[in-house]
Design a binder for this molecule. Structure first.
Ligand SMILES: Cc1cc2nc3c(=O)[nH]c(=O)nc-3n(C[C@H](O)[C@H](O)[C@H](O)COP(=O)(O)OP(=O)(O)OC[C@H]3O[C@@H](n4cnc5c(N)ncnc54)[C@H](O)[C@@H]3O)c2cc1C
Length: 408
């Protein structure tokens, strides 16, 4: 086997696949090292319209369209018997009106198969155990599917290892998130009682004073993903006894109007705690972090895969430029751009849990222009600085919520 490549990508999720597809556009040789066998389960099933832009840029959109995933037209937020629908075709920023709700095992496999067809070499059941980087060449060490230790030389390493966080662990880059530690418990269920609208809009409903929320994400095969996010102790408590209390909540949740009253759970609920994390730096000599190996905030606005695709695309684009002899300013051309998007979503996540967004979303006769601008953020268009709800994200939500409360 070849023992040197232009680029080694660690992890074959959406960020790794997108990065590889971009590198292959410049005829670079790419090895993807993936710990598991695909298809594999991973959470993160509701995409944002902005994802479509990145998939299109690297020619990965057709292979996804062929799979007939559930089309997602928007998000329906519920609160105390009120509904607030955001439909992506009523957005401020130019872009995509729709996206998909996907079982990630199928979505990630479709991306990876296409990237393999384009020329990437993929080693499954292979776990990266060490990486040595320098200004000129890099060495990646992994245990292959036969249990042998392998060393690969390359010019650049892209860490797309998601929750594996390979380089943040090896290079001591992890830092705790500033938010309250939250967790999630989730499962897939039979969903044969949904309306057409309920198919194309994901359902989100906060409860327990906005400290917890429930999701329902319908798939095209008549099943759905359901999950509850909340503070760790709460999630741990409803996860006990194979998620008995979680199952009761899903079956009886008022906003779901009995849709899952008699549902079947397709697997025992899974629990993840402490997923929010940040890093000291996003790049270094010979390496860059992408997707979830960077910073993961919170699942509330389904932004994870969008960041995985955006960062995978941007990183690979810059690696190609650098390997072509051009100089790259990683601070301004990568970190600043990516972190701007993260900060915009951070403002929305904070405003979700402190109640400001509920005040804005559920105001009767709210301002339609504001709604379109917020809708653009919820569609993932967080780099459109002409949108005041992007540009002034730090203050605008708090100020607007305050004005609405004073009016009432
Ligand atoms: C409760 C919850 C709900 C979520 N819901 C959504 C949602 O609705 N929409 C959304 O967009 N996002 C959601 N997310 C976020 C989403 O899961 C991630 O942002 C997304 O999967 C990141 O993609 P990635 O390519 O960075 O990593 P991943 O998809 O996690 O892929 C990383 C890959 O790296 C491999 N790997 C790990 N370690 C190693 C190693 N040592 N060697 C080789 N390979 C390795 C793994 O096996 C894996 O296949 C959610 C997250 C949580 C916690």
């Amino acid at each position: 086997m070849k023992s040197s490549f232009d680029v080694v990508v660690i992890g074959a999720g959406p960020s790794g696949a997108t990065a590889a597809a971009r590198l292959l556009q410049d005829n670079l040789s790419v090895l993807i090292i993936e710990k598991t066998e695909f298809p594999r389960f991973v959470i993160g099933e509701s995409l944002l319209p902005q994802c479509m832009d990145f998939l299109e840029k690297v020619d990965l959109l057709d292979c996804i369209a062929e799979k007939k995933f559930q089309v997602k037209n928007g998000v329906s937020f519920y609160h105390e018997n009120k509904t607030c629908d955001f439909l992506f075709n009523e957005r401020y920023t130019d872009g995509w009106d729709y996206t998909y709700q996907v079982k990630r095992a199928d979505f990630d496999l479709a991306l990876l198969e296409e990237v393999e067809k384009k020329g990437a070499i993929v080693h499954f059941n292979s776990e990266v155990t060490d990486v040595k980087t320098s200004a000129t060449n890099q060495h990646v060490f992994y245990t292959n599917s036969e249990g042998q230790q392998v060393e690969i030389e390359c010019k650049f390493v892209i860490d797309s290892s998601g929750y594996g966080r390979v380089l943040p662990r090896l290079f001591d880059l992890n830092v705790p998130a500033t938010s309250i530690p939250r967790g999630a418990v989730f499962a897939h269920v039979k969903d044969d009682k949904r309306s057409e609208k309920a198919s194309a809009n994901i359902f989100v409903n906060a409860f327990n004073n906005n400290s917890a929320w429930i999701w329902s994400i319908p798939f095209s095969d008549g099943t759905a993903s359901v999950g509850i996010v909340g503070e760790e102790s709460y999630v741990a408590s409803i996860s006990e006894n194979n998620g008995a209390e979680f199952k009761n909540l899903v079956k009886s949740f008022p906003g779901l109007n009995g849709r899952y009253a008699e549902t079947e759970f397709n697997f025992e609920p899974k629990t993840i705690l402490g997923y929010s994390i940040a890093v000291k730096q996003l790049h270094g000599e010979g390496y860059v972090l992408c997707g979830n190996s960077t910073e993961f905030l919170d699942p509330i606005f389904s932004s994870g895969v969008m960041f995985a695709l955006k960062s995978g695309y941007m990183a690979a684009d810059l690696v190609a430029k650098q390997l072509d002899g051009e100089s790259v300013d990683w601070d301004t051309e990568y970190d600043e751009i990516l972190l701007h998007g993260v900060e915009v979503f951070r403002s929305y996540v904070d405003a979700w849990y402190n109640g400001d967004l509920h005040t804005i979303f559920f105001k009767e006769n709210g301002n339609e222009e504001f709604k379109k601008q917020i809708c653009s953020v919820l569609a993932g268009y967080v780099w459109d600085m002409s949108n005041p709800f992007v540009k002034k994200h730090k203050r605008i939500l708090g100020t607007l919520a305050k004005v609405i409360r004073l009016e009432n």
